[in-house]
Design a protein around this ligand. Structure first.
Ligand SMILES: [Zn+2]
Ligand SMILES: [Zn+2]
Length: 354
């Protein structure tokens, strides 16, 4: 299969970001990305979509429903053809419209921690909404909210952000595992950078927090596709990307710990191969994990670790039904940090979706 890497959840001058779409595409190209998904707050500019200097640029949207200091949450739309925020009073209608336009919908920062400097949270509230493809498992920007507990910490986050970034909140990982077991269907996880490159001020100090390139070398979403990008036919390549996200043929990488390109997690069952995101038909499977470098590998079934090792490979015989997913952790700057979070291989989930 073909592997492509990109970032999802970015803001431009069309909402509260500081760069133009071209600025973001330039930063994406310099960061070695294949694709970029722009998601401005309640704004979509499809005329900006296309191939830009070797980067596939999708114009999605982050649909916010924030009223009177209260938030019902934010929704990421990827693969839409025009603005869907006119329906934001009713998230079910927003999701239906995203699906109708051929796109996929993800609950943005589904769990957040607020703190003194950024007390407001915008986590997702309504899990009864039908048609969500999945969740943004790791929001690179949102994680910092939880760390800004006092003035020294705000300054430390502003000047040494890499020291803080650790991984998805444990609550978000638990939420994901819970949704999969409750919904009894695949729930796709993506990474989001939530890049704004905005200037923050604290008294006399003002600083541009997280320039685009910094974000784009951080939390990425890698996809696996059967078809290659054409590099010229935008509509076709957009569909290849959106289909991969819909099917969960994807993992989240934290590239600052080392490139995650080449990571693979697959299953063999009944003479067939399945990749992450697939539902295996058959009662058992042999699972294979390969890494581009060493790390602490954890294989989880329904959120509980069933096998682990330190190294660059792991194999496991899966006999029990469940959602099998991989986490890889690496130590850097005195802390264990999340490096790779794969979508699950699903065993015993009824309908096959591979
Ligand atoms: Zn948001
Ligand atoms: Zn955002």
């Amino acid at each position: 299969m073909n592997e492509y890497v990109g970032v999802i959840h970015t803001h431009t001058v069309y909402s509260d970001g500081s760069g133009t779409v071209q600025d973001l595409a330039d930063a994406a190209r310099k960061s070695g990305l294949d694709y970029l998904v722009v998601t401005d707050h309640n704004a979509c500019h499809p005329e900006e979509a296309g191939w830009r200097d070797g980067v596939l640029v999708l114009m999605g949207e982050e649909v916010d429903h924030d009223v009177d200091g209260r938030s019902d949450g934010h929704l990421l739309a990827v693969g839409i053809q025009r603005d869907v925020s006119g329906l934001k009073d009713d998230f079910q209608r927003v999701v239906d419209e995203i699906v109708r336009q051929g796109g996929v919908a993800f609950a943005a920062h589904p769990y957040e921690r607020g703190s003194w400097f950024m007390p407001r949270t915008y986590f997702w509230k309504d899990w009864s909404i039908d048609g969500l493809t999945g969740i943004e498992l790791w929001n690179f920007l949102s994680e910092f909210r939880g760390y800004t507990k006092n003035v020294p910490l705000v300054l430390a986050v502003a000047y040494f952000p890499r020291f803080f970034t650790t991984g998805p909140w444990p609550e978000t990982l638990q939420l994901w595992d819970r949704l999969i077991s409750q919904w009894k269907r695949p729930v796709v996880a993506i990474g989001g950078v939530d890049a704004h490159a905005a200037v923050y001020s604290l008294g006399p100090i003002s600083k541009r927090f997280m320039p685009y390139e910094h974000c784009f070398r951080s939390v990425t979403t890698h996809i696996l596709t059967e078809e290659r990008f054409t590099g010229t036919d935008f509509r076709r390549d957009e569909k290849i990307l959106v289909d991969a996200l819909r099917r969960g043929h994807a993992w989240i990488g934290y590239e600052w710990l080392g490139s995650t390109a080449g990571f693979r997690f697959w299953a063999k069952s009944g003479g067939r191969d399945y990749v992450m995101g697939d539902v295996v038909s058959g009662p058992s499977a042999r699972l294979y994990i390969r890494l581009p470098g060493a790390g602490e590998i954890r294989l989880l079934r329904d959120g509980a670790v069933v096998a682990s090792t330190v190294g660059d490979a792991l194999e496991f015989r899966a006999d029990a039904p469940g959602a099998y997913r991989v986490e890889v952790w690496r130590k850097k700057l005195f802390k264990k940090r999340g490096w790779i979070f794969s979508n699950p291989v699903y065993l015993g989930f009824g309908d096959e979706n591979s």
